[in-house]
Design a protein around this ligand. Structure first.
Ligand SMILES: [Fe+2]
Length: 180
């Protein structure tokens, strides 16, 4: 289950209902898939063949098409990151810049962990959403955010897009952002 950490106060929010209520208020979509549906052999696998990626997509076909129909996504794929990813450190450095997109950024975590750092309403400021397998999140269009890995540095996620170009990152310079 996802957990929230509010950066200004270090307050943590846990429990599905509390997390969902908080994210609803911040206009961030949060849903849950049953990650245990995945064949055990690929539940903890972070280097994936094309066949294994296709297997993940077919396992969650119903969840994906349901989400796509409700929210207008037209294409989807799998992203897998781990220490085996070439240039992972460089990649993460690039990821860890606050930015926006012209469409929402939706990720369904199927293995591993990750964090979205999101700029909330003025009273909240930046908050972290720590995600694990089964968590589905969508950061609204034009909402400043970035994504990074957690200490275990491995994740597999389904990405869904309305248009591929909608996902281009536009840097968001924010003097109020504090890294920790
Ligand atoms: Fe993004």
């Amino acid at each position: 289950m996802a957990e929230i950490r509010i950066r200004n106060t270090n307050e943590r929010i846990s429990g599905e209902q509390n997390v969902k209520a908080f994210l609803d208020k911040q206009e961030v979509l949060y849903e849950h898939w049953d990650a245990a549906k995945l064949p055990e052999a690929i539940q903890e696998k972070f280097i994936l063949s094309d066949e294994e990626k296709a297997q993940i997509l077919s396992t969650f076909n119903q969840e994906i098409t349901d989400l796509a129909e409700r929210r207008g996504y037209k294409t989807w794929d799998i992203i897998a990151l781990s220490d085996a990813t070439p240039n992972l450190d460089e990649l993460l450095k690039k990821f860890e810049q606050v930015h926006t997109h012209t469409e929402d950024e939706v990720r369904a975590i199927t293995a591993g962990k990750g964090i979205f750092i999101i700029k909330g309403t003025d009273d909240v400021g930046y908050f972290d959403v720590e995600l694990e397998a089964g968590d589905v999140i969508s950061v609204p269009e034009r909402k400043p955010h970035f994504f990074t890995l957690m200490d275990n540095r491995q994740i597999v996620a389904v990405r869904l897009f309305i248009e591929t170009e909608g996902w281009i990152a536009h840097p968001f310079e924010d003097p109020s952002f504090q890294k920790a």
